[in-house]
Design a protein around this ligand. Sequence first.
Ligand SMILES: Cc1ncc(COP(=O)(O)O)c(C=O)c1O
Length: 245
Amino acid sequence: MTAVTEQWSARTRAIVAGRPAGTGQPMNVPIAPASMLGLDYAREDGTPTWAALEDALGELEGGTATAFASGIATASAVLDLIEAGSRIAVPGDSYAGTRALFAHAKQTGRVRVETIAPTDTAAWTEAASRCALLWLESPTNPSLDVMDVGAIAEAAARRSPAPLVVVDNTFATPLGQRPLSMGTDIVVHSATKFIGGHSDLLLGVTVTTDDGLAGRLRQARTLGGATPGALEAFLALRGLRTLPL
Ligand SMILES: Cc1ncc(COP(=O)(O)O)c(C=O)c1O
């Protein structure tokens, strides 16, 4: 892959990251529609096209990325990290599909769910003391409420055990906000939206700086099977190159 320099702007890194490097290499990442690469099985080990997208988004968010079949598949993978019976908090205004997934997990007895207004930072910091997961979305879909991600992450870090702080960064994009640099644990994207940019794909991505969490998210993809398509990964990477600031 082409080396990317920290001094470059996020805009430039979005254009360069994840491209093949070296003499004779194609400038753009090829689509690899293969379930086996040598002895590697794609659902477990990934493909070069997924890896290029993961490299680029990992570079922009500042962590290790894993591509999934959709944004909602990333929320399912995060739920997989949470012990059964735990309490989780979700913004009252946030993507309806995410709240539907959490409501379903509540209905089946998997977790307990608290709904908190996105801008009620005091309630979020208080929830950090009793929740295993704080699911943030900022700006929210559809109201575009902005959450105080830094303050909530800081409050969470003071707790022992600290809840997992996850940010759905779909609407900010990594060019507008880098939640991992604010002390959060995992960033998720519905790349279906701004990253894809053309309403012609479904895809999701998780990013984390924690190697243990990165491994568990990758394992959730392998076990759950919510893998991206080859064409979708190619198109998402192409969309990322022209992501507006
Ligand atoms: C903020 C946000 N998060 C998650 C999702 C779910 O993503 P997907 O439709 O790719 O499963 C959406 C979809 O609209 C969204 O807007």
